[in-house]
Design a protein around this ligand. Structure first.
Ligand SMILES: Cc1ncc(COP(=O)(O)O)c(C=O)c1O
Length: 378
């Protein structure tokens, strides 16, 4: 790699190589095997989730979760607007209709006020959404108890979409464990990685067992292992080889959270004197992992100039996610703002940037980012 500073590169612990070699030695190079079983037990232990199913990606986990929650063509599915498109694409993959919900300025995650309003409006129209995809963004837990309560009141199933928030807490519980089902991603840019991978977690053993069944082509039980199928399945299971990488990574999750939080504090302290960046708040309800350090600058013009400046100095930074209600893909879809006339996620997109946040980012590189931003504001 060059000396370009990357946004969030993988950070191996050193244990992964030994664990992967063990898999090679046993020849379990398949989407089945003891490393997957071990990884699932470790993930359950680490998150407090009752049951986990390791899958090929977070996107696959969201798609399977929506199917398991009964989402069918024509159904309405609520979804955070400020997120990566993979939270919403599976809604389309189910033939359902997304309804986007704005962010709360205090957490940047789904606005409970907007959710409540849209649920009431839909109820008045005689429509009940089948499910709600509530995203915990950039390592910050959404108001999951509040969202979960509203969903329960209105008979809506909750998907706790914590692709970016493994290790984040709400009170003493982990993001990902509040919904009917929860989802994590282990993509290469996440706080821990299996290079590509994801998981679905839940309280109900039948739902998670069903996920295992559907993710491995939905082959009906048979005494002679006949290839008999009565429902369409998917090829969504995690490889046993990658699960071994995941086991090595899970062991250092606590250290990775601490490192990312320290990086955020270094940026915050180092740039305080500029008075030009308003950081993503840490919601008082829990601990944010600071998966990515995000902040707001004055306006869209300043955001673009700063991103261009950092790029020219070999520093990879990104705008905050472009909200789904502003995407051409979802043009014309229903959207509920945080307050009438106040589009919070749109404002966050216009002014938001994400800074290099990888847990392996060295102190000299953190200083380089800070110097570059100070230089820009001078
Ligand atoms: C919020 C969010 N949801 C879903 C995903 C999809 O996860 P994956 O890349 O593992 O499919 C990602 C990241 O990639 C994400 O950031």
């Amino acid at each position: 790699m060059t000396d370009r500073i990357l946004l969030s590169p993988p950070h191996m612990s050193g244990e992964e190589r030994r664990l992967v070699e063990r898999v090679f030695d046993s020849n379990w190079i398949a989407p089945v095997g003891p490393a997957i079983d071990a990884f699932e037990r470790e993930l359950e232990q680490c998150t407090g989730a009752n049951h986990a199913c390791a899958l090929s990606s977070g996107t696959a986990a969201i798609h399977l979760a929506l199917r398991l929650l009964g989402v069918e063509p024509g159904d309405l599915v609520l979804c955070s607007s400020l997120t990566f498109v993979a939270s919403a694409n599976p809604i389309l993959m189910c033939g359902a209709e997304p309804v986007f919900v704005d962010s709360d300025p205090d957490s940047w995650c789904m606005s409970t006020a907007a959710l409540e309003r849209v649920l009431h409006e839909l109820a008045r129209e005689g429509r009940t959404p089948r499910a709600c995809v509530a995203v915990s963004l950039y390592g910050q837990s959404a108001d999951l108890p509040g969202i979960s309560e509203l969903c329960r009141e209105h008979g809506v199933r909750l998907l706790d979409e914590a692709a970016e928030a493994l290790g984040a807490t709400h009170g003493d519980r982990m993001a990902g464990t509040f919904g009917d089902l929860g989802v994590y991603s282990f993509n290469g840019n996440k706080i821990i990685t299996t290079s590509g991978g994801g998981a679905l977690v839940g309280e109900d053993p039948r739902l998670v067992e069903r996920a295992r069944f559907l993710s491995t082509q939905a082959r009906d039980p048979s005494p002679i292992n006949a290839y008999e199928h009565s429902t369409p399945g998917f090829n969504y299971r995690m490889s046993n080889l990658l699960a071994a990488v995941g086991s090595g990574q899970l062991r250092v999750l606590g250290e990775r959270v601490a490192a990312r939080r320290r990086i955020f504090e270094t940026y915050r302290d180092g740039l305080e004197a500029t008075g030009r960046i308003e950081w993503m708040p840490e919601a008082p309800h829990g601990t944010c992992t600071r998966w990515l350090t995000c902040g707001l600058v004055a306006d869209e013009g300043e955001r673009d100039r700063l991103l261009g400046h950092l790029d020219s100095e070999g520093i990879e930074a990104r705008p905050v996610w472009k909200p789904m209600h502003l995407q051409p893909l979802f043009a014309g879809r229903r959207y509920e703002p945080h307050a009438p006339g106040r589009d919070v996620s749109g404002e966050l997109f216009d002014r938001g940037i994400c800074l290099p946040s990888g847990s392996s980012l060295s102190e000299p590189d953190q200083a380089r980012v800070i110097d570059s931003i100070r230089g820009f504001f001078r």
